[in-house]
Write a protein that binds this ligand. Structure first.
Ligand code: CR1
Length: 830
């Protein structure tokens, strides 16, 4: 029987601060009330999920005052609203973050303890909303946290996927995908708004007609209409008094359409229409970077963009009676090209639905929209075949043609006779099969274009958007990514948070430049041992989880060498494999060899259709089996593939890492954000000069960063000079041995076929230059091994990494977006 000793007395219950407050007794009452009135459960029958739900509702209630205040600001014409359009929001579990941001972790823990419940168990009960693939979706979530913390009015708009990113299981070393049924047990954080709905047209054709003023206008006659319904989730700032809004759209059938347009009584067709409608928000596409021309994907993009823009128009018209000033109400950020159909949709809304003249509409559109590019990989640059595009969005294609015609006219006026330039800039790719290039649409329709790290922005200007940069350099800026220290430190690393706060106070949580205050303590003995103790405890916790999930026993005293991120050839998980095999061989050749004991932890999902990535997962596991069970190794090397890497698991992994692997081929990783989370938690980085690694190294100091490998310029020179991986294979003995072993079946029970595609690719193409970077990587890892043995020096480096990570707070990034791109300001303190 649970103890209910802490149930407050009836005398308290009428008081307002009691109902809304966060004192222990008020929380206790609120949890019990939700258990009874919302979950309809007597104490004796309450499951862990019932307790979780009751607690979550009690916490959500405590967000409402600020939230409703923020929602009322939406009507204040003086306040510009940031509208972050993103096909992905990888929010991570809400409960812990909300407890941190509201500052009620401890009272909640006490209230539950009095009820015989353990807060940590309930935190583990939450199934995270995996509405994103990786960095891009997680960045959107960090940015919402910072917007609310900085008191900037903001709405994140996206899709309420019924199934998010698949759950990953490892079976026989291979990845197996399982449907992510995250809504199965209910979602206490969202509030459905059945009254906020919009219709979205699909397909059909367009017609010209003359309106009552004698103007020729266009009408879009769709062959389908679906309805988007708003689901709202509050996003609390860190003790800022502001709670922003995440509004996700679920697609549903429009009943009037189904039942009237079809033959009366044609029930099955009506049901079919319903199925089509509900399919749109059914599932997240699990591709991290490469794009595929799938009609449903374009349908999803248009669906959420159209609902969101219609919603903004409605909100604006609550403030003003004309759309002329729309750009003063909203700053709309396009998170990559996924929402770039917004350029054509906003034009359509203004011109077709609100009778604007083209030029005026265009001016509003460009003043409102801005575009962030997140990748240079050619296979990730979205383009849609014209026939497919026309069949789904016939009116938008016309609008895009008109935008393009006017844009190219301007180009030709300035660069007379340069037809090549016009062809390269065109929104329509005319080479071979014709396509709509979404990055061009986004660039033409935006008043600002930014990359996500200094190097990435430079490369963007030199390669993918070179021509745009040459004609309009003033549109380009860099905003280096950032991560929120609330989730990625305060919540996930309470031990380090406590230690730091004891020394320098807690100002760093919102002003992480204050972490510099740790520098005077780097050499302090007591501080160093406290620092080591925290890391050691985090490693022990992770070791326990690894044991439970994989059965593998790892030693928390060994160097935790971690590579977690999506599996992709450019991220080079297989370079890490070559390193491990090299160490293994050194031990095999000399069982007494002096190797620094290491635990290699891999984690990450592969796109289900990405064969090579899935083969890499299999290789990690197969190689791990051999290494882990070899008596000669004697536990000095342990290889772990941690299944189902997601936000929840990340929160355990980053704080436990000693070494952060950021080993992408230079020029390929736009920024990375995992690199920041590791460093913030005191891991040292081994990395190439890629993405934000460059800036991390600048900040923490070259002497506190393990750099190796070719630079982006060297990579491109090497490639244009005709790269031959076999040359490296021929020259490097350890490399050759490792590759031969993979090919020869050492890790596949003698099966020479299994890893052949991977070996063939490395020897014949090696697009990502593993062989060229191999030796530099191995040598650098040898320096890491030596450095780890000098515990004092290593600890100093670790402290300095944390002390100098201030720049990589998402608060800094959001301030830059606010001032350089959005012209948005914080709400005044009330
Ligand atoms: C990039 O690959 C970056 C994130 C967030 C990813 C990664 O380096 O940190 O975006 N790009 O900016 C991406 O997902 C579709 O492109």
């Amino acid at each position: 029987q649970k103890s209910v000793a802490a149930v407050p007395s009836p005398a308290d219950e009428g008081r307002e601060e009691f109902r809304r407050g966060s004192a222990v007794d008020a929380l206790t009452r609120a949890i019990l009330d939700h258990l009874y009135f919302t979950q309809a459960r007597p104490l004796t029958l309450a499951t862990r999920n019932d307790w979780y739900m009751a607690l979550a509702y009690a916490v959500r209630d405590r967000m409402l005052d600020d939230w409703l205040k923020s929602l009322s600001h939406l009507r204040n014409r003086e306040l510009k609203i940031v509208s972050y359009l993103s096909a992905e929001f990888l929010m991570g579990p809400h409960l812990g973050n909300n407890l941190v941001n509201l500052g009620i972790m401890e009272p909640a823990r006490e209230a539950l303890a009095a009820l015989g419940q353990d807060l940590d168990e309930l935190l583990r009960q939450e199934e995270e909303p995996g509405l994103g693939n990786g960095g891009l979706g997680r960045l959107a979530a960090c940015y919402l946290d910072s917007l609310a913390t900085l008191r900037v009015p903001a709405i994140g708009y996206g899709i309420r996927y019924e199934f998010g990113i698949f759950d990953q299981e490892i079976r026989d070393g291979w990845q197996a995908e399982k449907t992510d049924k995250w809504l199965r047990l209910g979602n206490p954080w969202e509030i459905c708004r059945p009254e906020i709905t919009y219709e979205v047209k699909v397909g059909g054709h367009t017609e010209r007609f003359t309106d009552e003023k004698g103007c020729v206008r266009v009408r879009w006659v769709p062959n389908k209409v679906v309805k988007g319904v708003a689901y709202d989730t509050p996003v609390a700032g860190y003790r800022s008094g502001v709670t922003d809004l995440l509004r996700l759209w679920k697609s549903e059938a429009v009943e009037s359409f189904d039942f009237q347009a079809f033959n009366v009584g044609d029930y099955y067709r009506a049901v079919e229409a319903k199925i089509f409608s509900e399919t749109i928000s059914k599932v997240l596409y699990p591709n991290d970077e490469p794009e595929i021309g799938k009609a449903l994907r374009l349908g999803q993009q248009y669906f959420f963009v159209s609902c969101s823009l219609q919603d903004m128009v409605r909100i604006h018209l609550l403030r003003e009676n004309s759309l002329d000033t729309f750009a003063a109400s909203f700053a709309v950020q396009l998170n990559d090209t996924h929402p770039s159909i917004a350029v054509a949709e906003l034009m359509r809304l203004l011109v077709d639905e609100h009778q604007f003249e083209w030029d005026a509409a265009w001016q509003i559109t460009r003043a409102t929209l801005a575009y962030t590019n997140h990748t240079l990989l050619p296979e990730a640059l979205e383009k849609w075949p014209l026939p497919l595009f026309a069949s789904i969005l016939p009116r938008h294609l016309e609008i895009i043609y008109e935008i393009n015609r006017r844009f190219l006219d301007e180009v030709r006026l300035v660069h007379q006779g340069d037809d090549q330039l016009a062809a390269r800039l065109s929104i329509i790719d005319e080479n071979g099969e014709r396509y709509v290039r979404m990055a061009h649409l986004a660039s033409v329709g935006s008043h600002a274009i930014n990359g996500v790290a200094a190097l990435h922005t430079e490369l963007l200007k030199q390669t993918v958007l070179k021509d745009f940069y040459e004609i309009h350099p003033e549109l380009f800026r860099n905003v280096t990514n950032g991560v929120t220290p609330r989730r990625w430190m305060v919540l996930s690393n309470p031990g380090l948070t406590r230690l730091i706060t004891e020394r320098i106070g807690d100002g760093w949580v919102t002003n992480p430049d204050e972490l510099r205050g740790l520098e005077p303590f780097v050499a302090d003995q007591t501080f160093q041992s406290a620092w080591q103790k925290v890391k050691r405890e985090n490693k022990s916790v992770l070791a326990g989880v690894i044991k439970a999930r994989t059965g593998i026993v790892v030693d928390p005293a060994s160097l935790f060498d971690v590579l977690v991120k999506r599996i992709h050839e450019y991220k080079r998980q297989h370079l890490k494999v070559l390193h491990i095999i090299t160490l293994y061989n050194r031990i095999k050749h000399d069982p007494q060899a002096d190797v620094t004991p290491r635990t290699f932890i891999f984690g990450g999902k592969a796109a289900p259709g990405y064969f090579m990535a899935k083969l890499i997962i299999k290789l990690v596991n197969s190689m791990g089996e051999v290494v882990n069970s070899d008596p000669d190794v004697a536990d000095r090397l342990k290889v772990v593939f941690f299944p189902d890497f997601n936000v929840t698991n990340g929160q355990m992994v980053y704080p436990a890492a000693d070494l952060s692997e950021q080993i992408s081929t230079a020029g390929k990783e736009a920024s990375g954000t995992g690199n920041m989370k590791f460093s913030l938690n005191g891991a040292l980085t081994i990395g190439t000069l890629d993405g934000a690694n460059v800036e991390i190294r600048e900040e923490v100091g070259a002497e506190n960063f393990f750099l190796f490998g070719l630079t982006a310029a060297e990579v491109s020179d090497l490639k244009s000079g005709g790269y031959d991986p076999r040359k490296w294979y021929g020259e490097k003995t350890e490399l050759r041995e490792a590759i031969d072993q993979i090919a020869g079946g050492l890790f596949s029970h003698g099966d020479r076929g299994l890893f052949q595609p991977l070996v063939e690719h490395l020897l014949n193409r090696d697009d990502y230059l593993l062989l060229a970077d191999y030796q530099a990587y191995i040598d650098c890892q040898d320096r890491v091994s030596a450095a780890f043995r000098d515990r004092k020096r290593w600890t100093e480096m670790s402290i300095l990494n944390v002390a100098r990570m201030g720049k990589f707070s998402s608060d800094r990034a959001i301030r830059e977006y606010c001032s350089d791109i959005w012209q948005a300001s914080p709400l005044p303190q009330d």
